[in-house]
Ligand binder design. Structure first.
Ligand SMILES: [Fe+2]
Ligand SMILES: [Fe+2]
Length: 488
């Protein structure tokens, strides 16, 4: 990493320490604090309970300790464990389309079956495709699913793994971290994905990621007994036998499992940061990480291509036009990048629906600012940013969501994101309508100034449009839709 290394601080001993609130220097943010908090957004996409990645990290680091993994590989492993699902959103839309169902449920349930066995695979597909459809329609859907063949399944995994590895590289993590993410789903017997690597061809860090995430899932489902049963069963097929043996020993360590069970997962994960490799987050790295997570959000649905990035840049520009400080402009840029993090917790069956959402579906959509806020509040010093991000669907007349705040509760800088968000949404194509021309968008927003939007922010938007002369971004968006969904 390009950031400065801090002095070595041993936080591994958990007794009585204030993990999570203890910064290297006052005001400095540790990379482990930022990444562990944001890993919860990846858990949402995978349909896993919050803290899944953090607990996988704790388990993986403990396995590495028992294995005696060399010191110089520990930090690479640590961040690979936290970021193992970085590519998770990139196959969400396609998975939802292929199954005709909530892809978060499918991703969640897939983690608890042995999908390499044909019978398990067929039963799983039958149970999960198009849950609302008639038996005849289900048969057609299962047939279409299996018609994509092993290559179709391989491509789904490859898209996810390669995208995750690339984001890790873009952020400046090491190649061994990126390769561990890329090979997360390879199996010891060569039956894994995407490259069917076998035995020691699979990077050791990837083997640790694979077993750690499975242990976490099965611990959640049935405790240590279930972990022991599954790891014994899959030793030599899914897992490296040596690592399976280590997990067998770990199953006897009741103190370890008690910590996993009772301690805050994010705090525990931070405590496992490698003591002599503590990285600090400076402004440049912070922007890169916010941008990376924005790209994870935007990759979830082809209809939101580049949305977070556009909202971030527009919010920063509007803040500048309105005379806010450089610091506030930067905060609004970051809030714009992260405002829809919570959408990772909404199924593509709802986000990509070619029609009006039902009341139940709309209730699910309305939760996403709350999810964004909860994730961001776990990052030290992000309280204001979390509040701003969480208010992006509020309206001045109190008819917004999720808190139904009113004018007096919405300072001007809170109202900037709402204008940027709606402007970008209306100028982009949606599954249920075409993109609107800029003139039409402005007339709608002018009409709602004073009820939905702050009039001074809408004025700033006019000013920005005069200055930028922007075009609608439909062509770019349509290309992204083709690319993400492939030739279906
Ligand atoms: Fe939103
Ligand atoms: Fe948005």
């Amino acid at each position: 990493m390009a950031t400065a290394l801090a002095k070595s601080i041993d936080l591994r001993s958990l007794d009585g320490i204030e993990v999570g609130s203890r910064l290297v220097e006052p005001g400095q943010l540790r990379l482990s604090e930022l990444i562990s908090a944001l890993s919860v957004a990846l858990d949402l996409t995978e349909g896993q309970p919050a803290g899944h990645a953090a607990r996988s990290c704790i388990i993986g680091m403990k396995i590495a300790e028992l294995l005696g993994l060399p010191q110089n590989q520990l930090s690479d492993l640590y961040y690979a464990l936290l970021l193992k699902d970085l590519g998770c959103s990139s196959n969400a839309a396609k998975m939802c389309y292929l199954f005709g169902a909530d892809e978060r449920q499918i991703k969640h349930d897939l983690k608890s079956i042995d999908w390499t066995r044909m019978q398990a695979s067929v039963s799983f597909s039958w149970a999960h495709v198009a849950p609302e459809a008639s038996p005849f329609q289900k048969i057609l859907k299962v047939a279409a699913l299996f018609a994509t063949g092993p290559e179709g399944a391989r491509k789904l995994v490859e898209t996810r793994c390669e995208r995750g590895a690339q984001i890790a590289r873009d952020l400046g993590f090491s190649e061994s971290t990126a390769l561990a993410i890329r090979s997360l789903d390879e199996h010891w017997n060569g039956q894994g994905q995407p490259d069917r690597l076998k035995g020691e061809e699979i990077p050791l860090l990837a083997r640790i990621l694979g077993i750690a995430q499975t242990v976490e899932v099965f611990y959640h489902l049935g405790g240590v007994r279930k972990v022991h049963e599954i790891v014994s069963e899959r030793s030599g097929t899914w897992f490296d036998p040596q690592l399976s043996q280590i997990v067998g020993k770990l199953c006897l360590d009741t103190a370890f499992w008690e910590q996993v069970e009772t301690r805050n997962a994010l705090e525990l994960a931070i405590a496992w940061e490698v003591p002599d490799q503590i990285y600090l987050v400076d402004d440049i790295l912070m922007d890169k990480i916010c941008y990376a997570f924005a790209s994870v959000v935007d990759a979830k649905s082809p209809w939101t291509f580049n949305h977070s990035n556009v909202v971030a840049e527009l919010s920063r520009d509007l803040a500048q036009i309105l005379g806010f400080s450089d610091e506030m402009q930067r905060d609004l840029y970051r809030a714009g990048l992260l405002h829809d993090l919570g959408k990772l917790g909404v199924s593509n069956a709802i986000l990509d629906k070619p029609g009006k959402p039902t009341d139940e579906e709309f209730a699910a959509i309305r939760k996403h600012p709350d999810y964004s806020e909860k994730i961001l509040l776990n990052i030290p010093r992000f309280c204001q940013l979390a509040d701003v991000a969480a208010a992006h669907h509020e309206r001045m007349d109190g008819k917004g969501y999720h808190r139904r705040l009113v004018t007096e509760e919405l300072p001007l800088h809170y109202r900037i994101l709402a204008v940027a968000d709606v402007y970008d949404a209306l100028t982009a194509k949606r599954p249920y309508r075409d993109a609107m021309p800029i003139e039409k968008v402005l007339s709608i927003m002018d009409k709602d100034a004073g009820t939905a939007f702050a009039p001074e922010v809408v004025d700033a938007l006019h000013h920005w449009i005069d200055r930028q002369n922007p075009q609608t971004r439909v062509t770019q968006q349509l290309e992204a839709i083709d690319q993400l969904l492939g030739n279906l």
